[in-house]
Design a protein around this ligand. Sequence first.
Ligand SMILES: Cc1cc2nc3c(=O)[nH]c(=O)nc-3n(C[C@H](O)[C@H](O)[C@H](O)COP(=O)(O)OP(=O)(O)OC[C@H]3O[C@@H](n4cnc5c(N)ncnc54)[C@H](O)[C@@H]3O)c2cc1C
Length: 278
Amino acid sequence: MGAADFYGAAALECCGLSDFFDSTFPATGGTPRLFGPEIHRGAMFVQLVQHTPEPEQVVAAAARLCYSDASVDRLLEQSPEERSRLLEKILALGHLSVLEHAAFTFAVEGISRACSHQLVRHRLASFSQQSQRYVSHRKRFAAVVPPSITARPELERRYAELLDQIHGFYRELVEAGVPAEDARFVLPNAAQTKLVLTMNARELRHFFSLRCCHRAQWEIRELASAMLHCARAAAPQLFAGAGPACLSGPCPEGSLSCGKLEQVRREFARPGSAAKES
Ligand SMILES: Cc1cc2nc3c(=O)[nH]c(=O)nc-3n(C[C@H](O)[C@H](O)[C@H](O)COP(=O)(O)OP(=O)(O)OC[C@H]3O[C@@H](n4cnc5c(N)ncnc54)[C@H](O)[C@@H]3O)c2cc1C
């Protein structure tokens, strides 16, 4: 069976993930929006499309179960105050394995391949990424332009020119019968990609500690900050205090520290302050 048959012809077109979810997600019965907060920043689009129902309740019940002989039903019936106290305690104690019971699924569009390459290094996450083998670019591929280049119009002009040339040659290759899986070798790191990814709350907190840090590359830092914003909206207590490692201790980067500890702590102090929706 060819890829077109397997994925369906629509999968070979460059549709947006949001279009895909809108039209095919069965649980919503075809209603236009799926779930959760979404963030647009420049080309980047991030949406929390799904998560474990009542993630804080599940995590708190799992934590309680470790120390209780009560039935599971009883454990799920904790009052909000009890739950809140327990979550605070497990986060303070670092009893983080219970956070693995809550999973969060994000749709991400408009990030560069340079960014996605860093993202997929996080081995405890699950990823589905648009394929450059099966999606070929008849139109010029969309690309991310770093702010350091948009700030310099002459460089931005030459950057765009180069991307046009690359696309021209890419098309020549495809039209000459070179398969997309080989023609893509000329595509740049700037080419945009889209993914669906799932992480549990423990892995998300770890991801935020590394990638919300000022030492992380700007694009993955923006992505991580946007994901943190969405995750906090869904589970404020599970992600209270989540963010770069310096929020809860000294900067682990030593002599490579950004030196902005106070500023970073202010930025991440308030729930929802990790990234601004536009
Ligand atoms: C600022 C910055 C700069 C970076 N620069 C580079 C670079 O120059 N070159 C480069 O190659 N990478 C670089 N990276 C990527 C980095 O090395 C990690 O691959 C990436 O951050 C994923 O981190 P992780 O392994 O902790 O996370 P995950 O893969 O998400 O794993 C989470 C945790 O699970 C545990 N774990 C997972 N798999 C294993 C395993 N097989 N064995 C034991 N424990 C495991 C570890 O405790 C790990 O911390 C950089 C990352 C950052 C944040």
